[in-house]
Design a protein. Structure first.
Length: 306
């Protein structure tokens, strides 16, 4: 790799671009974990948000509402994002799941998307996250990231994890606790159908006496930099409408990933929290636990050094 780096430094910027694409193609195609789809690097190259929404709604209707009885007013949430696993690189995700499994009840877990890196990795993800099938007994919930749908993978994701948007709530017996809403922002947009669904859902649920409302998704709302290309964040008009909607209905938190860098922004009373990555071989790796009670208390946990 040092030889390749030295070679690329010796050629012009245009030549570096051409050679960079060639080398990316060569090394990606030579890996058993990746099948390169160049078009998929720049667009979903598959079913769009409207199709995903319709298919997810059909599944959600077939399952019905999910109400988790925590058996107590206080419980713990384990949250991670951007594991980008391949069949060979999933050490941090394994650690996260082991910590979650060992934690005392009551608990639940959220993964905020980009579960996998590229093609051929969903079987490995399913073997690690085998509980995340969104049945009545689920305590592990998955958001859809851009890497999860790129390279024509939406149908594969759906075969394992069933849906890209949904809601569930927690309670203690007949007492309502917290409402969780998962949004599909894998394309860097909600789209009109999902926005209408969210608007209707919040108008209905905000009057039901929840302790707090939490939205979780993959793409963050506030742009940190352009490192994620066209999916860095949503369009300004959509960001405005969504932020107004969350503030209007008293959403307390929006949790997301995508940027691989921790950030907390409070805007109109909503705390927008971006998580670090879980991906192996990346600096700043951590996951989050949240003690849910009268107050939400956050703890960041670094993954073990590799």
């Amino acid at each position: 790799m040092n030889t390749i780096y030295t070679f690329l430094k010796s050629v012009s910027s245009l030549q570096r671009g051409v050679w960079g694409v060639f080398l990316l193609f060569f090394f990606s195609c030579s890996s058993p974990d990746v099948t390169l789809d160049m078009a998929g690097m720049f667009s979903p190259n598959g079913p769009t948000h409207a199709t995903r929404f319709a298919q997810s709604e059909a599944y959600n209707d077939s399952v019905g509402e999910i109400h988790l009885d925590m058996g107590a007013d206080e419980y713990t949430i384990y949250v991670c994002s951007d594991s980008h696993i391949t069949r060979r690189t999933h050490r941090n995700l394994d650690y996260f799941i082991a910590q979650y499994d060992a934690a005392p009840q009551p608990k639940l877990a959220l993964h905020l998307g980009d579960l996998i890196e590229a093609q051929n990795n969903f079987p490995c993800a399913d073997s690690i996250l085998h509980r995340a099938t969104r049945t009545k007994a689920d305590t592990l919930f998955i958001a859809t990231g851009n890497h999860d749908i790129y390279f024509k993978q939406w149908d594969i994701f759906r075969s394992y994890f069933k849906t890209s948007h949904y809601w569930f709530d927690t309670g203690n017996g007949s007492k309502k606790l917290d409402l969780f809403i998962c949004l599909d922002t894998a394309e860097g947009t909600l789209g009109p159908d999902q926005m209408n669904w969210l608007r209707t859902l919040l108008a209905r649920k905000a009057t039901e006496g929840y302790r707090r409302i939490i939205v979780f998704t993959h793409t963050h709302l506030w742009k940190l930099d352009g490192s994620q290309g066209h999916t860095s964040n949503m369009a300004a008009e959509e960001t405005y409408e969504l932020s107004e909607l969350l503030a209007r209905y008293g959403v307390e938190f929006m949790w997301s990933g995508h940027q691989h860098a921790r950030q907390s922004v409070i805007f109109k009373g909503v705390n927008y929290l971006v998580l670090d990555a879980t991906k192996d071989q990346e600096s700043g790796q951590s996951y989050l636990t949240v003690d849910m009670g009268p107050h939400a208390i956050f703890h960041y946990h670094d993954y073990p050094k590799q």
